[in-house]
Design a protein around this ligand. Structure first.
Ligand code: ZN
Length: 141
């Protein structure tokens, strides 16, 4: 994709601080890190959504996330926990429309967070509603 910043890092047009690369995926430092050690795992094939990706490549992304997780924990960077974050679609916060998985260190008071609606935790759905949704999803798997 001509205008895709990740494709340009993959093809070498833009520089990136790479931490891993193989024939299907690449990982490099995020230039706008939430915290030091923020890494993006990106498939080399340009697809917008994770569901557009083949299972083997998306599986490899999560295997690499596990390896990066362990490396971050040994790195000496400030870290009390780790987030995996994948924004799948604009409404979910996706800003670069080439699917990617964020892996980044977290610590108390780092300022990052997810915002919940006012009703979150106040209104719990009833079990029948949960079961109906579960059944619908189950049928679609
Ligand atoms: Zn791309």
């Amino acid at each position: 994709m001509a205008d895709c910043v990740f494709c340009k890092i993959i093809d070498g047009t833009y520089s990136g601080s790479k931490v891993y690369e193989d024939e299907g995926i690449i990982a490099f430092m995020d230039i706008q890190p939430v915290n030091q050690g923020h890494i993006l795992i990106v498939p080399k094939k340009h697809v917008e959504l994770i569901a557009d990706l083949d299972d083997e490549t998306s599986g490899k992304m999560f295997v690499l996330a596990g390896k990066i997780n362990k490396a971050l924990r040994k790195s000496g960077l400030k870290l009390e926990g780790i987030n995996y974050f994948l924004a799948d679609g604009e409404a979910a916060g996706q800003e670069v429309f080439h699917t990617h998985l964020h892996v980044f260190p977290r610590f108390e008071g780092d300022g990052f967070g997810l915002k919940f609606s006012e009703n979150y935790r106040k209104v719990l759905p009833d079990r029948n509603k949960l079961n109906n949704i579960a059944e619908k999803i189950k049928q679609l798997l």
